[in-house]
Design a protein around this ligand. Structure first.
Ligand code: ATP
Ligand code: MG
Ligand code: MG
Ligand code: MG
Length: 485
């Protein structure tokens, strides 16, 4: 089944159950101080759950463009390394705002998966919230009893608060979830280990596909729970994972959502994508190809929705994602010229029907990406020459953290790339020394900002934002905004 049909069948199914189909909200959020990017289907409906305003229909369904690269949900480190977490992905969702509840939601989810999509029942597991005394939340008996009518009890798993309880914050709407997991292993693999033990265990072929959240309670300031006056359903299913299951693949990247991009990367770079890598070198190439195929989507969709790469806030996150892709290409595919921008054409052909913004903004996306590639590739080239000089003049097997910091700070050369190159040459990086320099530099810039504050009025001092730094470093920075006086 083609991915376009998978998406359409989801929406048609929920339309037939009385849902109004709405467009995806933009991936970039401009008016929510708690969230940089849309990271789930429910974000655009948050206010309704808080009791502010009413939706245009009590039953809504859609596919939402999501980006999980900052804040509570940050999957960036996994992307490309594993085969089922993306930076940008589509979340298919259906909602009930004070209308239907667990019985309908669970029965429809089951009907869609097993009768419409025809996923064999023996490939599915479901989970139910086990309850938590400590948090004063009961076991979800109701969901258990509904699932029992549909699936063998042996396939129902009890889940803890981390996976099976959702809350908006310390206070406010919350409730148990039921997740659905699919086991895509071969019969031989299944005979060896029970799928049940692999659920929520990072197994690439036993993956969570759908989360059904039942907003049932309100948590009060004193921590106690009360029943919400109206109960809601909020579900989210990973579109690319569903396509993997329905197309008989073992990786999201092998579906028709990603293969056109992968083929194009192969054509441009001459690299080979192997469905099952047989050695480390092949796997490195695979990872690089997956990273690029994934990241171009995140970056292009963010630009199409108005977020250009920049040096601050959300723009900085987008720049970092693109630079991660450039770096993987540079290091593992040997690409020394801009090429990621060329993939926007393929992306727009493939996604333009469902998301017209990617078609109308195609030229902007590819121009911006090309410019970013140009400037970062220059940085990489220059950095490599400098790093070679450092290595040549080094005594012993450890490179001074101060030298690495200079490359990073003055020339913008990524520290994890330095570490990677050093490790490939059997050398070590003095990480503590690097961190020390980083800390000193932060203090210097803090002091410097105080000096210039004479000319500038501080309007927001404590706006702490999280941003992703280089791959393995995640910093908290203090953003200080000034207004000229
Ligand atoms: P996981 O445990 O696999 O990280 P999750 O529990 O964080 O997923 P939810 O917040 O429950 O995910 O989101 C609903 C659905 O969205 C998941 O069941 C999954 O199918 C999909 N999903 C979540 N994160 C990603 C991602 N980074 N890339 C692709 N699909 C995702
Ligand atoms: Mg997750
Ligand atoms: Mg999960
Ligand atoms: Mg989940």
């Amino acid at each position: 089944m083609k991915s376009q049909d998978v998406r359409k069948q989801f929406l048609d199914f929920f339309e037939s159950k009385g849902h109004t189909i709405v467009p995806s909200a933009p991936i970039v959020l401009k008016d929510d101080p708690t969230l940089m990017f849309n990271n789930s289907g429910m974000a655009q409906f948050k206010e309704f759950f808080l009791g502010n305003g009413t939706p245009k229909s009590p039953r809504i369904a859609d596919t939402q463009k999501c980006l999980r690269v900052s804040g509570k949900h940050n999957d960036l480190e996994e992307v490309g390394i594993d085969t089922y977490h993306h930076t940008m992905f589509e979340m298919l969702g259906n909602w009930s705002f004070g209308d239907y509840f667990k019985k309908e939601a669970i029965n429809w989810a089951w009907e869609l998966l097993t009768e419409v999509y025809k996923i064999p029942k023996e490939n599915l597991y479901v989970s139910v919230f086990e309850g938590s005394k400590e948090d004063n939340v009961p076991f979800d008996q109701e969901a258990w009893d509904i699932w029992k009518t549909l699936i063998d009890e042996d396939r129902i798993i009890l889940g803890n608060k981390k996976d099976n309880f959702w809350e908006m914050g310390d206070q406010g709407p919350c409730g148990p979830c039921s997740e659905i997991h699919v086991d895509l292993r071969t019969p031989e693999e299944k005979a060896l280990v029970s799928g049940k033990s692999l659920v929520n265990n990072d197994h690439p072929q036993v993956v969570e596909i759908w989360n059904n959240v039942f907003m049932e309670f309100n948590r009060k300031a004193d921590g106690s729970l009360e029943k919400l006056p109206a109960q809601h359903v909020d579900t989210g299913m990973g579109f690319e994972r569903l396509c993997m299951a329905l197309q008989g693949k073992t990786s999201n990247y092998d579906t028709d959502v990603f293969m056109p991009l992968i083929r194009e990367i192969e054509t441009i770079t001459g690299a080979d994508y192997t469905v099952k890598a047989s050695n480390e070198a092949e796997e490195k190439v695979n990872i690089a190809i997956r990273v690029i195929a994934d990241h171009v989507r995140a970056v292009a969709f963010a630009i199409a929705d108005g977020q250009l790469p920049s040096n601050t806030g959300a723009g900085y996150v987008i720049r970092r994602i693109l630079r991660r892709a450039i770096r993987y290409g540079f290091t593992f595919l040997g690409t020394k010229e801009p090429f990621i921008y060329k993939l926007v054409e393929t992306l727009s052909e493939q996604m333009g029907d469902s998301f017209p913004e990617i078609r109308t903004q195609k030229a902007l996306c590819s121009n911006v990406i090309r410019e970013e590639e140009n400037s970062f590739l220059r940085t990489l080239d220059q950095g490599l020459i400098l790093l070679d000089a450092v290595i040549l003049n080094n005594q012993g097997d450890t490179i001074d953290g101060k030298k690495a910091f200079e490359l990073y700070d003055t020339y913008g050369f990524p520290i994890d790339l330095t570490a990677l190159i050093l490790s490939e040459k059997g050398l070590k990086l003095d990480e503590a020394g690097f961190q020390e320099q980083l800390q000193l530099q932060k203090e210097r810039s803090r002091a410097a900002s105080k000096v210039t504050a004479g000319d500038w009025n501080v309007i927001i001092e404590d706006d702490i934002q999280e941003f992703i730094g280089y791959d393995r470093l995640s910093h908290q920075v203090k953003i200080t905004k000034y207004r000229r006086v």
